[in-house]
Design a protein around this ligand. Structure first.
Ligand code: NAP
Length: 313
């Protein structure tokens, strides 16, 4: 089953975890990318029409398909055992964000991939948003004074019925919030830390629906508000004040506003992720940056938790 990456043939891929993001983004991106051939799907309940479908990765591997890689789109809890099984089978692995439920898990997966000489791509789709690369370039060499992150969305609109998000290991509002941290740590590489976190957890649930964070990037103060019960206009903004003007990334990084000069481009996050995965596989290299996950883990460690009213869908 192990892959031969030296050839020019498509990378034979199985998708694992057929839910919202797999259907909305992964399947269309794979279908349009000639560097990939989708061979099979794995999900406990869902199926992809026109493909062989399997209940779990054990069944997939036992079926004996010629396969090079898997793309894992399940929730973070339970993803580690899937990734380890894929690597053991000689497959390259691409993972949705966040790459695992804990830092220990992603460290173990990464060590396993290195030992087995497999490609591991821990994706951060928001880093592929249209304005992010240009934002990082504009900020290079400028003195940053403060960063303000506002990530406010309605869980009922974007994640209807996804109870796993509010379970232990589901990340709660950090499921979207980690996207903001993935962008911020990409455009402002440096020494990031969490100073304070106020978390609001609904009664009877395990993960927060609201978080207010004070962070630092070197000496720069960073505030972040993550609100999962926001019903007004949805907001995914990062504002960076510098000595040379103010940069704002809006709509999750797709709109770049530098002192009122706006640049916008069509969304291509997932096509860019698959292009990157193809390059990593062909060059036998990996991309695993745990910085956003580390900040979320630290927020849970230092976070003051308040239990608030219950949440129902
Ligand atoms: P989802 O709609 O709940 O889909 C995940 C699928 O994984 C489920 O439909 C389920 O299909 C399967 N699954 C396997 N083990 C599971 C478990 N223990 N609990 C629940 N489902 C399980 O979730 P999603 O929105 O696609 O998110 C999946 C991952 O993508 C998350 O890490 C999320 O952060 C990331 N992501 C989501 C979005 C978004 O907008 N939704 C955007 C970017 C990234 P079966 O029942 O058939 O097994």
């Amino acid at each position: 089953m192990a892959n031969d990456v030296s050839s020019d043939r498509p990378i034979r891929l199985a998708i694992i975890g057929v839910g919202k993001i797999a259907r909305d983004q992964h399947l269309p991106a794979i279908a349009r990318d000639p560097r990939f051939e989708l061979v099979a799907a794995v999900s406990r309940n869902a199926v992809v029409d026109g493909l062989p479908n399997y209940h779990d990765i054990g069944e997939l591997l036992a079926a004996g398909h010629a396969l090079d890689a898997v793309s894992i789109c399940t929730p973070p809890m339970g993803r580690a055992s899937i990734a380890m099984a894929a690597i053991d089978a000689g497959l390259d692995v691409m993972m949705e964000k966040p790459p695992a439920a804990t830092l220990s898990e992603i460290a173990r997966i990464e060590a396993h991939a290195i030992a087995a000489k497999r490609t591991l791509f821990a994706t951060w789709h928001s880093r592929e948003a249209a304005g992010v690369e240009a934002a990082g370039a504009w900020l290079t060499g400028r003195a940053v004074e403060r960063v303000t992150i506002d990530w406010r969305e309605d869980i009922r609109r974007w994640h209807p019925g996804q109870d796993w998000i509010l379970e232990a290991g589901g990340f709660g509002v950090f499921d979207p919030g980690i996207n903001a941290l993935s962008i911020a740590t990409a455009i402002l590489p440096g020494d990031w830390g969490v100073q304070r976190a106020d978390l609001r957890v609904p009664e009877g649930r395990m993960s927060p629906l609201y978080a207010d964070l004070s962070l630092t990037c070197g000496a720069v103060p960073v505030t972040a508000t993550f609100d999962f019960l926001h019903e007004g206009p949805q907001q995914w903004d990062i504002v960076v004040d510098t000595d040379g003007g103010t940069l704002t990334l809006r709509m999750g990084g797709s709109i770049l506003d530098i002192d009122g000069a706006i640049t916008e481009a069509p969304d291509a996050e997932y096509p860019r992720l698959y292009a990157r995965f193809a390059n990593l596989v062909r060059s036998r290299s990996s991309d695993v940056d745990v910085t956003p996950l580390r900040l979320v883990a630290d927020a849970f460690l230092v976070g003051k938790r308040d239990v608030v009213g219950s949440f129902e869908w």
